[in-house]
Design a protein around this ligand. Structure first.
Ligand code: ADP
Ligand code: MG
Ligand code: MG
Length: 202
């Protein structure tokens, strides 16, 4: 079973990972974007860690909805509302249960990923975060072991964005010139699955 502490640990691990990878994420965002993805997420996840510390929400749903709202209110770029929606909608789907099992979480996260697709109007193949989020969620089958499989699937999804031409977001303005670069948002989404697997195995 996964409790509020599990989700707080996941988000704290993500804050650490985003801090560590911020420079690389911003570098990926420079040829096909505006070189701010790492700094956007660093600001957002630091604010998430701070508000979780301060308010100490005590259910999985409350942890994720609070984190999502915080990302939406602190990150100006496209990724803030998108990741904010992912966490907020996943949290809402979990309701106020004190603990959830892996299958309930997988189902809720699917709701969150669907909400990201609805908000941004993107689908897999458009060279966005969905190219990592969708394979990641597709690999989660409700068993505890599937967190490791999902991590690998999300990573492969992020790597698969390199030859794609962007059809959504800032990178799409470049047309064919967006080809040959890994998408920064898909890379940070793979990081979210990486910290999820690490937290599940801790
Ligand atoms: P901005 O582009 O506003 O500067 P960021 O640099 O923080 O925002 O985030 C860029 C990332 O957001 C992209 O690499 C892409 O993965 C993701 N993204 C942008 N637009 C969309 C969209 N419509 N749907 C899904 N993801 C998107
Ligand atoms: Mg950017
Ligand atoms: Mg920007």
């Amino acid at each position: 079973m996964l409790d509020a502490l599990f989700f707080r640990s996941w988000l704290t691990a993500t804050t650490v990972a985003v801090d560590r990878e911020a420079e690389r994420l911003t570098e990926l965002d420079s040829p096909i974007g505006d070189a701010d993805h790492g700094s956007n997420l660093r600001r957002g996840f630091r604010a998430v860690a701070a508000v979780l510390e301060k308010e100490a929400p005590d259910t999985p749903g409350a942890v994720l909805t609070l984190a999502g709202r915080q990302l939406i209110s602190t990150v100006g770029g496209a990724s803030g509302p998108l990741y904010g929606t992912l966490l907020r909608r996943t949290g809402k789907a979990l309701g106020d249960a004190p603990e959830v099992d892996e299958a309930q979480f997988a189902e809720a996260l699917r709701t969150g990923v669907d909400a990201v697709a609805a908000l941004g109007g993107a689908a897999p193949g458009d060279k966005t975060m969905l190219d990592a989020l969708v394979p990641g969620i597709d690999a989660l089958d409700g068993s505890p072991d599937s967190f490791g499989t999902a991590r690998e699937a999300a990573l492969q999804g992020a790597l698969s964005t390199t030859p794609l031409q962007a059809r959504k977001g800032r990178a799409s303005y470049l047309g064919e010139r967006s080809i040959g670069h890994q998408d920064p948002g898909a890379t940070s989404s793979a990081l979210l699955f990486e910290t999820l697997a690490e937290t599940a195995n801790a």
